[in-house]
Structure formats: structure tokens, C-alpha cells
Design a protein around this ligand. Structure first.
Ligand code: HEC
Length: 299
């Protein structure tokens, strides 16, 4: 099929096929690289937040609690600041006041929480059940479609290891009176040590990260497509100017020579291959002229 095409059409066709293949291949690779980068960015953000929250928890446990606990014990009103989770939630609320982080969430989702705000929803319950069933799973990450947009979550199992925690989470009788007054005696009890009771979950929005990855893809893909298109046009022009136009001119001259015209000359001043061909043709034409003259003289 290619044989029947003119040089220009043949070049264009082959270049279009090569460029289209190149565009599809580079577009696919670029897409994967950008998606991978977006995924890394999202997980890095979630990991930093998770570690920050754990640091706040450690600070609250080791620095704040010893100071507050003695006062909290004798206080008629329960002082929630002695509870790390309480501090963590306040810290996160402050973070969320920042516009950039208003769609970020932190939750210590529990099957049987003290504060019903921490009650695991269906999705979180499934995660906790997975942690219970798979004791070796230390982290579950994934994407979730939510009404506000797509989110990425990192969940870790929550296991209580300190017996001192059970003072408030074993039975209502063991818990401080002021706590029962504040929280009631129904929720957050009968917790057991070294068992998965809930999950720490960080949820961060991803739409923005992926939208910027997608627009980066369109920009680079667009630039590549324009470069390929320009190359196609330039190669075509060069081919026309330097090869096809000169070849058709030579074909016309050859036609004229073949029909006996002696004035027709292969005019080519370039020193490239076509120029050399023209010079060779001119020499051939002169030899032909001489041969013809000799033939006619013999008659
Ligand atoms: C003085 C009583 C008390 C002690 C001791 C205590 N907690 Fe709590 N815990 C609470 C209260 C009250 C809440 C609810 C706080 C709130 O409103 O955010 C709570 C909430 C929690 C939550 C969030 C889930 C939920 O139940 O709402 C976790 C997780 C938790 N505690 C773990 C621990 C761990 C781990 C320890 C031991 C280091 C501990 N607690 C010690 C009283 C206590």
C-alpha cells in the first residue's frame, strides 16, 4: 500500500503513526508517574498528621496528665483536658480552622466509646473488625468516596496496653464519680487490655492533589502534542522544498529531454545528492546529444 503513495504522503503517514505511538506511550507513562506522585504526596501528608497526633498523645500522657490528674481527682466537675483524646481532638479542631485543612479529619473510632462522637460508623466498624481478624495488620490505607469528594484514609488499630487506663474504661464503679456525671455509665466500659478496641483514622481530601496532577498531565501532553505537530509540519516542508519539488522539476526536464528538446537542462545548484544527480543527468544529456549528432552525421 505504501508503494502507491507519494513521498510526502508516505512520510506524513509514517510520522503520524510514530508520533501517535510516541504520544500514547509517553502520555501513559507520564500519567502513571503523576498518579504515583500524587499518591505519595497524599500518603506522606497523612503519615505526618498521624505521627503528629501520636506525639500530642504522648505529650498529653507524659507531661499534662501528671499535672492535671491530682486536681481532676478532687474536682467536682470532670476535667476533660486530662484525657489525651480530648487534647487531640482540640488540636485537630484548631488545625481545621485553617482553610487549607478544613476537610481533614482525625477520629479515634471505637466500637464502644466513652464519648459517642467517637462511635465507629459502618465503614470504620468494618476496618476495626478487619484489625481484630488480622492481628498482624498494623495499617490499612485506601480511598473512599464521600459526599464532599474523594478522600484518602490511614487507619491503625487502637490497642490499650496500660492497666491504668482501665480505671475509667473497665466498670462504672471503678471510674471517678465526676466522670460518670459528665459521661454517664453506659458507654466506654468493659474495655480489655491488648485487644483491638477501635482505630485511629486520618482522612484527608485528595481531589485537589489529583486535579493538579491531571492538569500537569494535560499541560505536558499538550506541549508534546504541539511539538510533534510542529515537527510534522517542518519535516513536511523540508521534504517538499528539498526533495519532492526538485525531483518533480527533474522529472519534467527528463520528460522534455526524452521528447527531443535540446534546450531543456537539469538546473540544480545545490551540492547535495539531488544536485549531483542533476549534474550526472546533464552529462548524460550531453553524451546523448553527441551520440545523436554522430548518428545523424553518419546518414
Ligand atoms: C480519668 C478517666 C480516664 C482514664 C484514666 C483514661 N480515660 Fe480514656 N477516656 C476517658 C473519657 C472521659 C473519655 C472521653 C473524652 C472525650 O470526651 O473526648 C475517654 C476517651 C478515650 C478514647 C477515645 C474513644 C472514646 O472512648 O471516646 C480513647 C481511645 C481512650 N480514652 C483511651 C484511653 C487510654 C489509652 C488510656 C490510658 C492511657 C485512657 N483512655 C485513660 C476517661 C479516661
Amino acid at each position: 500500500m505504501l508503494k502507491n503513495l507519494k513521498l510526502g504522503a508516505k512520510f506524513t503517514l509514517i510520522l503520524v503513526i510514530v508520533f501517535a505511538g510516541g504520544l500514547v506511550a509517553s502520555g501513559t507513562v507520564l500519567y502513571q508517574v503523576l498518579q504515583q506522585r500524587a499518591q505519595t504526596e497524599v500518603s506522606a501528608k497523612a503519615a505526618i498528621l498521624m505521627e503528629t497526633m501520636n506525639s500530642v498523645r504522648a505529650y498529653s500522657n507524659s507531661n499534662l496528665n501528671p499535672l492535671i490528674a491530682p486536681i481532676a481527682k478532687v474536682s467536682p466537675v470532670f476535667i476533660p483536658e486530662q484525657i489525651p483524646t480530648y487534647s487531640l481532638n482540640r488540636v485537630f479542631e484548631n488545625l481545621r480552622k485553617n482553610d487549607e485543612y478544613k476537610s481533614y479529619f482525625y477520629k479515634e473510632a471505637f466500637l464502644n466509646p466513652t464519648n459517642l462522637r467517637d462511635k465507629a460508623d459502618d465503614f470504620e466498624t468494618d476496618l476495626i473488625k478487619r484489625f481484630i481478624a488480622e492481628p498482624n495488620t498494623k495499617e490499612i490505607t485506601g480511598f473512599r468516596s464521600q459526599p464532599g469528594g474523594k478522600t484518602f484514609y490511614v487507619a491503625r488499630p487502637f490497642i490499650i496496653k496500660k492497666a491504668s487506663c482501665l480505671q475509667c474504661h473497665s466498670t462504672p464503679e471503678a471510674a471517678p464519680k465526676n466522670m460518670i456525671i459528665a459521661y454517664g455509665a453506659e458507654n466506654g466500659f468493659n474495655w480489655e487490655l491488648n485487644k483491638v478496641l477501635g482505630s485511629q483514622i486520618i482522612t484527608i481530601p485528595v481531589d485537589e492533589v489529583y486535579t493538579s496532577a491531571n492538569s500537569a498531565w494535560w499541560i505536558v501532553f499538550g506541549i508534546l502534542a504541539v511539538i510533534f505537530l510542529l515537527l510534522l509540519v517542518v519535516i513536511n516542508l523540508l521534504l517538499k522544498r528539498n526533495v519532492t519539488q526538485r525531483l518533480s522539476r527533474m522529472a519534467q526536464t527528463a520528460d522534455a529531454v526524452s521528447t527531443g528538446s535540446t534546450e531543456a537542462n537539469f538546473v540544480e545548484d545545490a551540492a547535495d545528492e539531488i544536485g549531483t544527480l542533476a549534474t550526472a543527468f546533464n552529462r548524460m544529456k550531453s553524451s546523448l546529444d553527441i551520440a545523436l549528432k554522430m548518428l545523424s552525421q553518419r546518414d
